[in-house]
Design a protein around this ligand. Structure first.
Ligand SMILES: *Cc1c(COP(=O)(O)O)cnc(C)c1O
Length: 435
């Protein structure tokens, strides 16, 4: 039985040997993803019928969506691109849940035609659904996103249940509770409530408060209706990941224990559930590797110039206080470097001074040709590319380890320079004659 850390070390040596990270690539531990799915499924078993989805914004890779789909994980989508990506991966129709604060009529119509579940974000969207649903009962499960207004976690940008969050219907705002009861009373096809308290930095206790609020509301709607109109609760995602060490942090089992302690009735079988985890499924099962191109000192500080900067780690570079990453120093053969830790800046390739993966990070002194590993980057980092300096998306490789052998499977090509030119309006060169 190998650990994730063992597999990572074997993969790094093999990747160095095959020069896969020259200059930059991402890697996904497929056994790790499989284990995460097993942990998830097992942990939620006490809740009965649960549809697990992966948040596609955390997993922007079609082969990985297919892999997860084959493991029984459906997909949560929030844009036409994400919908198309999941559908291309073979996860479609009722296996999709559409959440987004800005769904167009065309997106809604597509979801209804496909039987895709929709969580409406606001009352205006409900009015649009009224027109689209018409007189025939929809095939899609239709729900409403509630903002339980339970407050922020540690990171403002990813806290979605604050008093003034842009997501969902604010439950505690004056009059909204009555409007919600009326909205359900008028629409027998509304059968779901959705809550997603936040993403990273929200403690499980706060998430459980959000779930408690929608459970209570569902009970109230059902009492008012005189039958069980709300039949499912979508609990969202948001389980935080520990970016400080190889340890997972709160596990799915910890989270379910917290949920059941707060709302024991979740296990009474009266509701089915949806989950939408992203980061907690994937972050610790992926990493970025860059070759060190040059090293220098400036103002007495050693600097290692790598190929991993804001284009692959925008949040880490732009908000380092919220999104620090653990970095590892490896030699050109992919072995952990030894030697005294020296505070160094780990710089990316982009042309702005703040393009640093880390400042004054104590690591064995890096040299050209060494490898820098950015750990825990399996969620969001591969998908959320930032196209500054016309930098390409790097290749991503899945890997599996058996004994000492590592097998790599390409799951995304690096973007080519021809694709970069095309994306920059290349086909229109010549349409702006200056003379
Ligand atoms: C981002 C998001 C998720 C996934 O959040 P993680 O922190 O990656 O688990 C789930 N649901 C919704 C609505 C989201 O916006």
């Amino acid at each position: 039985m190998t650990t994730r850390t063992d597999r990572k070390l074997l993969a790094l040596a093999a990747a160095a040997d095959r020069r896969l990270a020259d200059p930059l690539a991402g890697f996904v531990d497929l056994a790790g993803v499989r284990e995460a799915v097993e942990d998830l499924t097992k942990a939620f078993a006490p809740l009965g019928r649960v549809q697990h989805t992966v948040a596609v914004k955390a997993c922007g890779l079609a082969p990985l969506l297919r892999f997860l789909g084959d493991l029984g994980v459906d997909a949560e989508v929030a844009s036409p691109g994400e919908t198309a990506l999941a559908e291309a991966a073979g996860v479609r129709g009722e296996r999709l849940v559409l959440d987004s604060p800005a769904k167009t009529t065309a997106e809604l119509a597509h979801a209804l035609a496909e039987g895709t579940a929709v969580n409406a974000d606001n009352f205006q969207e409900l009015a649009r659904l009224d027109r689209l649903v018409g007189a025939t009962p929809p095939r899609s499960v239709l729900g409403l996103r509630i903002n339980p207004q339970v407050g922020a976690g540690r990171i403002g940008d990813t806290s979605t249940a604050t008093a003034a969050s842009k997501f969902g219907i604010p439950l505690r705002d004056n009059g909204n509770r009555a409007l919600l009861l009326e909205a359900f009373a008028r629409r027998p096809w509304l059968t779901r409530l959705h809550v997603h308290v936040g993403s990273q930095g929200c403690p499980p206790g706060l998430m459980a408060e959000g779930v408690a609020a929608v459970h209570e509301l569902a009970e109230e709607i059902n009492a008012e209706a005189g039958y069980r109109q709300v039949t499912s609760l979508d609990l969202g995602g948001g389980l935080p990941v520990n970016f400080a060490s190889e340890d997972q942090g709160p596990t799915y089992a910890d989270y379910v224990a917290t949920l059941l302690a707060r709302v024991p009735a979740l296990a009474d079988g009266r509701y089915s559930f949806v989950t939408e985890f992203g980061r907690s499924l994937l972050a610790k099962n992926g990493f970025l590797v860059s070759t060190v191109e040059y090293t220098k000192t400036a103002g007495g500080r050693p600097i290692a110039v790598t190929h991993a900067g804001a284009q692959v780690a925008a949040r880490t570079v732009l908000q380092p206080e919220h999104w620090p990453l653990r970095l590892g120093a490896f030699d050109a053969a992919g072995r952990p470097k030894t030697g005294p830790a020296v505070p160094q800046d780990i710089a990316g390739p982009l042309c702005f001074a703040g393009d640093l993966l880390a400042r004054e990070r104590p690591l064995p002194l890096l040299e050209p040709g060494d490898l820098v590993v950015a750990h825990d980057t399996g969620a969001y980092y591969f998908g959320a590319h930032y196209a500054y300096n016309t930098m390409p998306r790097p290749a991503v490789h899945g890997f599996t380890v058996s004994g000492e052998d590592v097998e790599f499977t390409p799951i995304r090509r690096a973007q080519s320079v021809a694709e970069l030119v095309a994306d920059a309006g290349g086909e229109f060169v010549g349409v702006l004659p200056a003379a």
